[in-house]
Ligand binder design. Structure first.
Ligand SMILES: C[S@@+](CC[C@H](N)C(=O)[O-])C[C@H]1O[C@@H](n2cnc3c(N)ncnc32)[C@H](O)[C@@H]1O
Length: 410
C-alpha cells in the first residue's frame, strides 16, 4: 500500500496529542476525523488503524525503533515509519514491505535493525504484549497462569457489539435493518448483535430512533444478573452515562422505578438524553453531592447495582491508551473507594433485597477480594449468592466481574 504523507502527518500529530498532551485516544481520533470531512472511508480507516495500533503496541514499536521516551516530533515520525514496517508482520503475518517512502523523516530508519529488534522484543512478555512493568507484575501476581492468555486477548481489537432496546423493537428487526450478514447474534447474550463490518452506527436512523445502544457483550450480562422483576424499585448508584441503567429500564419494561445516581453531573445529563432516545419512562437521576443523599435512602430499594469505578483493566481492548496512563497509586486509591462504596451504599437495599457489585477489571483485588472482604464484615446481614466473570480470553468479551448478594431478613 502506498503511504499518503498527509495521513501519516495527521497520525503523527494525533500520537503527540495522546502521549505528550495526555489526551484520550478516542477523543483525539474522533476530533481528527470530524475536522477532515473530505477524507474517504479508506483514509479514515488508515488513521484509526494506525493510531490505535501504535497506542496498543506502543512499547513494542518503541523497542523496535530504539526509542526510550518519545518527546520530539522526529521520534513520532520514526515510530510511525517503524510501525509501517512491522505492522503487516505483527498483525496479519504478511510479508513486510521492502522499503518505506524516501521521505526525510524516515531516513534514520534501518529496516534490518528494526526487524532484529522486533524479533528480540518478542522474547520478553512485557515488551511483546506492550504493557508497563507494573501492570504485568500485578496481573501475573493476581491471575497466575491465566494472565498470559488474558493479556494477549486484551490486545485484540474489540468488535462493535449492540444491545437491542426491547422497549422499542426486537433483535430480528434490528438484524434485518442492518443486514443479516453484518449483524450476527451472540450466543448466551440474548439482546446482543455483533457487527461483522465497521459501520458508523451513531449516524444510522435506527440508532437515532433508540433501537439499540453500543454495549459490549460482557457488559450485557450485568443488568440481568441483578435478578429484577417488573414493578421493582432499582438504584443504579454509579450510573455514569447509563449504559446499564438503560438496560435495567428495558428489563423492567418501563415498570417500577430506576434511580440513576453518580457524582458527575455531566454524565447524568448524558444519561437523560440517552433515556429519552430509548423511550425510557421509569427513570430519574440524582447527583450524589453529600453523604446525606445515601443516608436518606437507607433500606429503600429492592435492587441495587454498584458498577464501581475501577482500573478499567478489563476493557483495554477498547481503551488501549489507559494502560499507559494508569498509575499504581490510582489503583491503590480506587480500591479504597470501591470498599467505601460497597460499605456505605449497600445500606440502601431493603431487607430481603439484592445487590450486584460489578467492575470492568480483570484483577481479583478490585473484584472477588472486595466482595470477600465485605462478606467477612457482614455475614450477619448479607448472603453471598453467586459471582461470574466475562473473560477476554475465554469468551472474547471485555473483562467484567459481577457478584450477587442478598440482604438477610425480610
Ligand atoms: C464504571 S463507571 C459506570 C459505568 C456505567 N454504569 C455504565 O454502564 O455506563 C463508574 C462510575 O462511578 C462514578 N463514581 C465514582 N465515584 C463514585 C462515588 N463515590 N459514588 C457514585 N459514583 C461514583 C464515576 O463517575 C463513573 O461514572
Amino acid at each position: 500500500m502506498k503511504l499518503h504523507k498527509g495521513l501519516v502527518a495527521a497520525s503523527v500529530e494525533a500520537l503527540q496529542d495522546i502521549f505528550i498532551k495526555n489526551r484520550q485516544a478516542d477523543r483525539v481520533v474522533e476530533q481528527l476525523l470530524k475536522s477532515n470531512k473530505k477524507w474517504g472511508a479508506r483514509d479514515r480507516a488508515f488513521i484509526a488503524e494506525n493510531v490505535y495500533g501504535i497506542v496498543r503496541w506502543w512499547r513494542l514499536v518503541k523497542y523496535a525503533a530504539q526509542i526510550d521516551k518519545a518527546v520530539e516530533s522526529d521520534d513520532f515520525w520514526r515510530i510511525m515509519g517503524v510501525w509501517q514496517l512491522i505492522r503487516p508482520v505483527h498483525l496479519d503475518g504478511l510479508e513486510a514491505p521492502d522499503s518505506l517512502p524516501e521521505w526525510p523523516e524516515f531516513v534514520p530508519i534501518n529496516a534490518e535493525i528494526v526487524f532484529e529488534r522486533y524479533r528480540e522484543g518478542l522474547n520478553t512478555r512485557k515488551i511483546a504484549q506492550s504493557i508497563p512493568d507494573w501492570i504485568d507484575e500485578t496481573g501475573a501476581a493476581e491471575l497466575g497462569a491465566a494472565w498470559d492468555a488474558e493479556l494477549a486477548a486484551l490486545n485484540h481489537t474489540a468488535p462493535v457489539v449492540l444491545r437491542v432496546n426491547t422497549l422499542k423493537t426486537d433483535v430480528s428487526t434490528v438484524r434485518e435493518l442492518l443486514g443479516a450478514d453484518i449483524a450476527e447474534p451472540v450466543p448466551s447474550v440474548p439482546e446482543a448483535l455483533v457487527l461483522k463490518k465497521r459501520l458508523n452506527v451513531s449516524g444510522l436512523d435506527s440508532f437515532k430512533s433508540g433501537f439499540f445502544e453500543v454495549q459490549d457483550a460482557g457488559s450485557q450480562w450485568i443488568a440481568p444478573y441483578l435478578d429484577i422483576r417488573e414493578g421493582m424499585s432499582v438504584i443504579d448508584a454509579c450510573a455514569g452515562a447509563g449504559g446499564k441503567s438503560l438496560h435495567l429500564a428495558a428489563l423492567l419494561g418501563n415498570t417500577g422505578s430506576i434511580l440513576a445516581m453518580d457524582i458527575e453531573h455531566h454524565k447524568l445529563q448524558e444519561l437523560e438524553r440517552r433515556a429519552a432516545r430509548n423511550g425510557v419512562t421509569n427513570l430519574s437521576t440524582m447527583l450524589i453531592n453529600s453523604d446525606k443523599i445515601i443516608e436518606n435512602l437507607a433500606e429503600t430499594t429492592d435492587r441495587l447495582l454498584l458498577d464501581v469505578p475501577c482500573s478499567g483493566l478489563g476493557v483495554l481492548r477498547r481503551n488501549p491508551d489507559s494502560k499507559w496512563k494508569l498509575k499504581p497509586e490510582f489503583l491503590d486509591k480506587i480500591r479504597k473507594v470501591q470498599a467505601q462504596i460497597l460499605e456505605n451504599y449497600s445500606k440502601m437495599v431493603k431487607k430481603g433485597g439484592k445487590m450486584v457489585y460489578a467492575t470492568c477489571s480483570i484483577l481479583p483485588s478490585e473484584s472477588e477480594e472486595q466482595v470477600r472482604s465485605f462478606m467477612k464484615r457482614h455475614q450477619a446481614d448479607w448472603n453471598f449468592v453467586s459471582e461470574h466473570r466475562s473473560s477476554p480470553a475465554r469468551d472474547g468479551f471485555d473483562g467484567f466481574y459481577m457478584a450477587l448478594l442478598e440482604r438477610k431478613g425480610a
